[in-house]
Design a protein. Structure first.
Length: 334
């Protein structure tokens, strides 16, 4: 990625962060928001300071968490597409996100989340890794992209049905049912510095791991035999890629629920802009994913829309998925 494009993306992200801190219920002008941010950074922290509560306690951790989740979803999508050599591969389309959500919901049902804020991300990552393992087993047996996609749809349906069963069993606990349903729709409501602290290390580590594997993923695009002849350790690469996607999707799902199609659409946009080299693709996808999800969340808060970001991304992503599917089919037919 050229320094000019990187600078443009970073400036756009900073601009959206500034707007996100200003807009929403109890809107502030930029100077008041900047002053409140300064008091949050350097003090004093007055509990009666309304501006400080809005900017530092409510908005800033949410905005930063949205950016992290967007980066995690988009970079995991780029990594999944490279791993399976399939432009339609995406953790949400292949059922990985719902697999992560299922294990996390079971943990919530059993009350395991009371042990600490780290429990739900670990459970979600376990579910994501298990789903990816099944998909990779199918891919390693020589099944084509269409079969893999259909298998992902079946896994997503099974995980969705199992999650509904857990909710049905929790019928005598309506507060848990409402909490889980809101979470499954993909929402950042009520997110705090604690959530941000739990997410930042695994997401940064997952993106860094994906960037470290970029060169080997470029070799994998040429086929297993050529990649091996170039010195790519295929087994190590696949284990590392599955671990990175599991960490990214597990953490993102645990923090905000299921947000689909970001990992499908963003890598396609970035690939057309920056090319197919995985180093630029992963880094660019992380930045564009953060930017996209922040814009969606900020517009929703500015317009006071009741739709969670997860619903909005699905409404936007489903037509994009159909377009990519038709475009891929037409290219293969040609």
């Amino acid at each position: 990625m050229s320094s000019t494009r990187l600078a443009a993306l970073l400036l756009a992200i900073v601009a959206v962060v500034v707007v996100a801190l200003v807009v929403g219920p109890g809107a502030l002008d930029p100077w008041r928001a900047a002053a409140a941010l300064g008091r949050g950074l350097f003090g004093p922290h007055d509990p009666r300071d309304v501006d400080l509560a809005l900017v530092w306690t409510l908005r800033l951790p949410r905005v930063l968490l949205v950016a992290l989740v967007g980066a995690a979803l988009a970079s995991s999508g780029a990594l999944t597409q490279g791993l399976f050599r399939n432009p339609l591969a995406d953790p949400s389309v292949l059922g990985v996100s719902l697999g992560a959500a299922l294990v996390a919901v079971i943990g919530l049902f059993l009350g395991l989340d009371r042990a600490g804020i780290w429990v739900t991300p670990v459970l979600a990552a376990t579910g994501a890794a298990a789903t990816l393992g099944i998909l990779w087993w199918l891919a390693s047996r020589g099944h084509d992209g269409t079969t893999l996609l259909l298998a992902g749809v079946a896994i997503a349906a099974a995980c969705g049905a199992a999650t509904s069963s857990v909710l049905a069993l929790a019928g005598d606990r309506p507060e848990l049912g409402v909490r889980v349903i809101r979470w499954l729709m993909g929402s950042f409501e009520g997110r705090s510095w604690g959530h941000l602290g739990a997410a930042v290390i695994p997401i940064v580590a997952g993106v860094a791991l994906a960037v470290a594997m970029a060169r080997d993923l470029d070799g994998l695009l040429l086929g297993d035999e050529i990649a091996a002849s170039l010195g790519v350790e295929l087994a190590t690469l696949r284990r590392g890629a599955i671990a990175a996607v599991a960490i990214l999707i597990g953490t993102a799902t645990a923090m905000c629920g299921v947000i689909g199609f970001v990992g499908l659409v963003v890598p396609h946009v970035v690939r057309r802009w920056l090319g197919s080299s995985h180093h630029g693709l992963v880094v660019g996808s992380a930045l564009v994913g953060a930017l996209l999800l922040m814009i969606i969340d900020t517009l929703g808060r500015a317009a006071d829309l009741p739709l969670p970001p997860g619903v909005v991304t699905s409404l936007l992503g489903a037509p994009a998925f159909l377009w990519i599917l038709l475009r891929t089919g037409a290219r293969r037919a040609a």
